[in-house]
Design a protein around this ligand. Structure first.
Ligand SMILES: Nc1ncnc2c1ncn2[C@@H]1O[C@H](COP(=O)(O)OP(=O)(O)OP(=O)(O)O)[C@@H](O)[C@H]1O
Length: 565
């Protein structure tokens, strides 16, 4: 999510992180150092070798929250246990795992996937702006097929098989009877009833054709939905058809406050005035969405979220639009963002990070089985619910992808090399991002950071990671395998997909079935005093969620873009 600088908190301000972007990489301005417990990096300014930390790029409001001196002190005091370079690592692994041999000619002097000889991250276009690497047409990178045979699997997945876990039971995870047992909890069923009632009453009051939806029919469809849910719990049976009159529907909700803000709109905590239930409403300006070329992303977000249901993915209940705005009605996840809690506690314990990572692995496994690549994994998009479980939100960049896609989007620190290099990317980018996320949860800052976006890309391509002292050995091993530059060798992107990640020894004490069933509470139960408590969210500038109706002559110029919304 992109963030306006409206929030009033201090050095944990999530707005300081470079925005999620549909990447026009040149458009991201240099940002201040947002990580309070990392060594401060020098600021690179394009076109100059200015590394003076007091230069204008650092001279912004962020610095008052992130004093250079203390950050630098931390650098000098921090013992560096290990510097890891994924060139070296890949070389070692190549020796052990012949199936993954990749010609050294595919690596450049960074020790990474080859980019054109003439390429420099700081090449400039005709407007004297730096531009990103492209792959030369005459030198296609050699791709290794994802398929491996049982004899030449990467040794990682075999060596680290889970002690209490039988991979064969869940090989076809999506059809596994164990996983099918996850049915709606009583709370979820109650909620579904409530929603249906709201929707029915809204339809009854708002239109003359509403009598078509009789309560009996509604009850029947609810029963049917519940039966369907029991058989196929992964389909979003919560999702309601659009109301016949969006403005009437909106009148049913009372705006409480803004709980999130992004490039195209805001997220509001709202309350249903009839039954008192709380929701999160994401509200976006059609004009911005069109201007910023996000139409496809928005339609895709709605289409994907309306079709899936997973214990660790936020539930979308309804999507509709009025003349100027798009509305997405979500379950309200009151515990706030992992980002906020991570910044507050500086870093997570090994067990906390592992718990969150494991839930995300299950969610990614689920998405990937349906050929959905998420593409925006980061602590800002992970919410914590009242039982301490993860709920992934913001599917703005999620996409159904059979093979590869080429749109450049994501958050700079979390981008996989293949995205930066415009090489086309697929599900493997989510496993890369998981590696970044695990590192960030355990260290308190991401492995590749800089005040300047291009310098971040440069570091990602260089692939050198410095692990702080005391970093869990197994976590380190998993991160290295996830942050493998070559996506055809990246853990999670191999033949056995997510199963390889689940089998890694860092996860050896995770009971995946219990986890999926949400049997145990999360490692941290957020303080939530009542259902509509919003104290876990930052404060943002308030704004009315619903605009006054436009004049009767107003014609929505964007109607065609959102016909399927
Ligand atoms: N269901 C929810 N419950 C509680 N808070 C939520 C919910 N959905 C979103 N939020 C809050 O609002 C923030 C913004 O949401 P989201 O990232 O979906 O918006 P966005 O406009 O797509 O942002 P971006 O600019 O990154 O695309 C989240 O990071 C979270 O803090």
């Amino acid at each position: 999510m992109g963030h306006n600088n409206n929030s009033n908190n201090s050095n944990n301000n999530r707005s300081n992180r470079n925005q999620t972007a549909w990447i026009s990489p040149l458009s991201s301005p240099p940002q201040g150092n947002v990580y309070t417990n990392i060594p401060n990096s020098t600021t690179y300014t394009f076109g100059s070798n200015n590394s003076n930390p007091n230069n204008s790029n650092n001279n912004n409001s962020n610095n008052k929250h992130s004093p250079l001196t203390s950050a630098t002190d931390r650098l000098t005091k921090m013992d560096i246990e290990e510097k890891w370079d994924n060139k070296t690592y890949e070389k070692d692994e190549r020796e052990k795992s012949p199936v993954f041999h990749i010609s050294t000619s595919n690596f450049n002097s960074f020790g990474n996937l080859k980019v054109p000889g003439s390429f420099s991250l700081f090449n400039k276009d005709e407007n004297n702006k730096p531009h990103l690497p492209t792959i030369p047409q005459d030198q296609p990178l050699k791709e290794q097929p994802e398929q491996t045979t049982s004899n030449n699997k990467p040794h990682v997945s075999l060596l680290h098989a889970h002690s209490t876990y039988q991979p064969s039971n869940v090989k076809e995870h999506i059809t596994s009877p164990i996983y099918e047992q996850h049915q709606l909890s009583t709370k979820e069923i109650e909620h579904q009833k409530k929603l249906q009632e709201q929707h029915t009453s809204s339809a009854t009051t708002s239109t003359t054709t509403s009598s078509a939806t009789s309560p009996t029919k509604s009850q029947q469809s609810l029963q049917q939905a519940q039966q369907q849910q029991a058989q196929q719990p992964r389909v979003n049976t919560f999702f309601l058809p659009p109301p016949q009159n969006a403005r009437e529907r909106l009148k049913e909700f009372k705006q409480i406050r803004v709980i999130g803000t992004g490039t195209f709109g805001k997220v509001y905590l709202i309350q249903n005035t009839k039954d008192g239930s709380f929701y999160a409403m994401k509200c976006l300006s059609k004009a911005y969405v069109v201007q910023l070329k996000q139409v496809e992303h928005l339609n895709s977000e709605k289409s994907i979220l309306s079709s899936i249901h997973h214990p660790f993915i936020v539930n979308l209940y309804q999507a509709f639009q009025d003349e100027k705005k798009l509305y997405l009605l979500f379950e309200y996840v009151a515990g706030g963002e992992v980002f906020t809690h991570l910044r507050k506690s500086m870093k997570f314990s090994n067990s906390t990070a592992k718990f969150y990572a494991a839930e995300i692995v299950l969610a990614l496994e689920f998405l990937h089985k349906q050929n959905i690549v998420y593409r925006d994994l980061k602590p800002e998009n992970l919410l914590i619910d009242n039982e301490g479980h993860i709920k992934i939100t913001d599917f703005g960049f999620a996409k159904r992808v059979e093979d590869r896609t080429f749109t450049l989007c994501g958050t700079p620190e979390y981008l996989a090399p293949e995205i930066i290099q415009s090489r086309g990317h697929g599900k493997a980018v989510d496993w890369w991002a998981l590696g970044i996320l695990i590192f960030e949860m355990l260290a308190g800052y991401p492995p590749f950071y800089d005040d300047d976006t291009f310098a971040i890309y440069n570091k990602i391509l260089a692939g050198r990671i410095t692990f702080p002292l005391g970093f869990d050995v197994d976590a380190k091993d998993l991160i290295k395998r996830l942050l493998t530059a070559d996506r055809t060798r990246r853990l999670g992107a191999l033949r056995d997909g997510a199963q390889d990640v689940k089998n890694h020894r860092w996860f050896s004490d995770i009971n995946w079935e219990r986890l999926y069933q949400r049997k145990d509470p999360g490692p941290f139960i957020p303080s939530i005093k009542h259902e509509g408590d919003s104290s876990n969210f930052e404060l943002y500038e308030e704004e009315n969620m619903v605009d006054d109706p436009p004049s009767p002559n107003y014609v929505d110029p964007y109607a065609n873009f959102f016909k399927d919304f």
